[in-house]
Design a protein around this ligand. Structure first.
Ligand code: SF4
Ligand code: SF4
Length: 310
């Protein structure tokens, strides 16, 4: 067994669902794509995406002497989903904040690697300028679809990504081909026309509007946003590669059981604290979530006074 094999086996033992390894090198093509995307202003008010441009496209500037990017995936597809009529929360946010779950496991993997061979490494999960989806693709784990999301052939897009960038020389996996073919289901399904092939305009994306956007949401989005409360899974749910998604086996990602039976009309701060402790929603804050919930309830009450069921 090579060290690369041992690292992958350990990653699975720690509860990750897949692990691959890519060579740490500058992402020259991605740098151009990112530059064009930023120039169009498609990152909306996420100004932080303009920061650390060089580091974002070159792992050797993040970790001095980096040779390998070890990428792990964690399936998050839940065994049970919310009733469709309820204010919708993106599935990744049902349980505890995944950043902590993934980073804790990555640190264990990092310790294991350190015990095998001297190296310098850093752990990342959605918190540093790293093009995670591209590294998952380069590590042979799947491909980036027209939705702009990473797709694993078994777990689909319902997987979270984390990385260890290390100075170790390892065996590199071969990237897979893209398997979107002629499908455009995600683009057609997007209710706000935020997607064109491989490009997202965050200004129009419900996920951005309900999580990152700080100002009031423009009226033109009220109807297409429907009952999306926090995040949006519409393009994921439309993807044929996600139709056979299997339920995850990570206890920390389990939602509070009341999520499925909650009376949202009486949603209070204490309910919020109880249901969303240490979750992504807690990070967003009660006021932001409640503000969006009030819009949804008002909209539904106006539109369907007699048929709203949540
Ligand atoms: S997350 Fe929702 S709004 Fe954003 S691109 Fe996908 S379907 Fe469109
Ligand atoms: S919905 Fe179709 S085009 Fe979009 S990511 Fe999935 S397979 Fe690709």
């Amino acid at each position: 067994m090579t060290l690369s094999d041992e690292i992958k086996a350990k990653a699975l033992q720690l509860g990750f669902d897949a692990c691959g390894i890519a060579k740490a090198e500058p992402l020259t093509d991605d740098a151009q794509v990112l530059k064009n995307w930023l120039n169009k202003g498609f990152h909306a008010n996420m100004g932080y995406l303009e920061n650390h441009f060089d580091k974002r496209t070159n792992p050797q500037l993040l970790v001095n002497g980096a040779r390998s990017v070890i990428v792990v995936l964690l399936n998050y597809f839940p065994a049970q989903t919310q009733p469709e009529s309820a204010p919708q929360i993106a599935k990744y946010a049902y349980g505890k904040d995944y950043h902590f779950i993934i980073k804790n496991r990555l640190r264990e993997l990092q310790t294991f690697i350190d015990e095998q061979m001297s190296n310098y490494s850093m752990v990342f999960c959605d918190s540093a300028p790293v093009l995670e989806r591209r590294w998952a693709e380069r590590a042979g784990l799947g491909w980036i679809g027209k939705s702009g999301l990473f797709i694993h052939p078994t777990f689909g897009s319902y997987c979270l990504i984390g990385e260890i960038i290390t100075t170790l020389q390892l065996d590199y996996d071969t990237p897979q081909q893209e398997h979107c073919g002629t499908c455009t289901a995600c683009i057609k399904a997007c209710p706000t026309q935020a997607l064109s092939a491989y490009e997202l305009n965050a200004n129009r994306c419900i996920s951005y509007l309900t999580i990152e956007h700080r100002a009031d949401i423009a009226d033109e989005f009220t109807l297409p946003m429907g009952n999306r409360l926090f995040g949006c899974d519409i393009c994921l749910d439309a993807c044929p590669w996600n139709k056979k998604a299997k339920a995850h086996h990570t206890p920390e990602l389990q939602p509070h059981e009341q999520l499925f039976t909650l009376d949202w009309h009486s949603f209070s701060r204490s309910t919020f604290k109880q249901l969303f402790k240490q979750s992504a929603l807690e990070r967003a804050g009660y006021q932001k979530v409640k503000k969006r919930l009030d819009v949804i309830i008002q909209h539904f009450d106006n539109q369907q006074k007699n048929s709203a069921t949540f």
